[in-house]
Design a protein around this ligand. Structure first.
Ligand SMILES: Cc1ncc(COP(=O)(O)O)c(C=O)c1O
Length: 385
């Protein structure tokens, strides 16, 4: 190593929490009401403002949102759900929980987004839902997906976990008509610690989601325990416990106020990476989709063309640099492979990308020097490799 190694560890991600967030959470703590209440409502209204959706429902994770949506849509055993295999495992888990069947569609190697030209051939009479992922913050080709959804009558459920600030042809993720699920996990573009949100445009479905979100009880606790409220309850149908507390909504509201600033930093850093790593032989850099869009730069994913990834990660660790892996393809995970015969699936580009992808550090409070350091380290590793 000829470079000087940094003393402190550069993590793969770190939430950007400032005084606004701290004050907002402290004010909630002092208010006397910390579980689901007025702040969740405010967060939902503001999220509708961002996405253009008519309704939004706060949750304690995006995974909970996936479970609720697939339940509310009454997905039956044997129903089919189209999804890329290049997604987070939670989606497949929730499909499996409904005894439905994931049908994996291959991706575009350059963007890691679902290849929309392959969707039609994967449809059957049992196809009920498609779950495209706006991968790393770049939108899926929603015109193509929505056109197929209209033609064959299936539901489009956008996985917008990476997509706060993602626009497709001027429309924010979640603003397309059906429904979208956002995640506020700590590495996401805005965070609530853990948390999620469903956006949608269907008042009946919203009612159903709210019911399922909280035990099947029709009225929210804050309405039952308010002055003059009726503390009794009835269960309309068995539900889950997936509500977001106001304490987290307080953090979410403060983060949402900063989304442009936070994403602006991500974009600046991503551009620095692109410039700093351009032209290196051993790497494929992330490519932008061809259609009009705004990238949220949730992740910056390189592909190692020849270098053995395990060894590369070990080298990055020696340089005190963190990394992530988004994602081990779902069809290769043990239970998915054995239950749905993953290894027989024609997922050429997914398999091609699988062993090469690696997510580099990217978070708003990272400095431009940090990016230069990572670029220099990568060059040195590849040169000496
Ligand atoms: C693409 C994708 N979908 C869904 C999820 C699940 O989000 P959560 O952790 O909020 O349940 C994640 C989280 O990492 C994700 O990256």
């Amino acid at each position: 190593m000829s470079m000087k190694i940094r003393k402190d560890f550069l993590p793969f991600s770190r939430p950007s929490i400032g005084e606004t967030e701290i004050n907002s959470v402290v004010a909630c703590l002092k208010s006397g009401w910390i579980t689901t209440g007025a702040l969740c409502k405010e967060f939902e209204d503001k999220f509708c403002g961002l996405t253009g959706a008519r309704q939004a429902v706060t949750l304690n994770s995006a995974t909970a949102g996936m479970h609720l949506m697939l339940t509310a849509l009454n997905l039956q055993p044997g129903d089919e759900v189209i999804t890329p295999s290049m997604t987070f495992a939670s989606t497949i888990n929730m499909i499996a929980m409904r005894q439905a069947k994931p049908v994996f569609v291959d991706i575009d190697y350059d963007t890691l987004n679902i290849n929309c030209d392959l969707i039609e051939a994967s449809l059957t009479s049992r196809t009920k839902v498609i779950i495209p992922v706006h991968f790393a913050g770049a939108p899926a080709d929603m015109d193509k997906i929505n056109e197929l959804a209209r033609k064959y009558s299936f539901v489009v459920l956008e996985d917008a976990a990476h997509a706060v600030g993602t626009y497709y042809k001027g429309i924010h993720a979640g603003g397309f008509g059906h429904a979208a699920i956002f995640s506020f996990h700590p590495i996401k573009n805005i965070t609530t610690g853990e948390g999620g949100m469903i956006t949608l445009n269907d008042a009946d479905l919203e009612k159903k989601l709210r019911l399922l979100r909280f035990h099947g009880i029709e009225r929210d606790a804050w309405k039952r325990y308010g002055k003059g409220g009726d503390p009794s309850y009835d269960i309309m149908e068995p539900g889950y416990k997936y509500n977001m507390p106001d304490l987290l909504a307080a953090l979410g509201i403060a983060q949402l106020e900063r989304w442009k600033e936070l994403n602006g930093r991500r974009q600046t850093l991503a551009r620095l990476y692109l410039a700093g790593l351009q032209g290196i032989d051993g790497l494929d850099l992330p490519k932008a989709p061809q259609y009009d869009h705004i990238h949220a730069w949730h992740l910056f994913i390189i592909k190692l063309k020849d270098y053995f990834r395990d060894e590369f990660m070990q080298k990055l660790a020696e340089y005190n640099i963190g990394y992530g892996l988004h994602f081990p393809p779902a069809h290769t995970l043990s239970y998915v492979n054995s239950k749905y015969n993953g290894s027989s699936m024609p997922l050429q580009e997914t398999n091609r990308a699988a062993d090469k992808i690696l997510s580099l550090p990217l978070f708003p409070d990272m400095t431009e020097d940090d990016v230069q350091y990572v670029c220099a380290a990568i060059k040195e590793i590849l040169k000496n490799g």
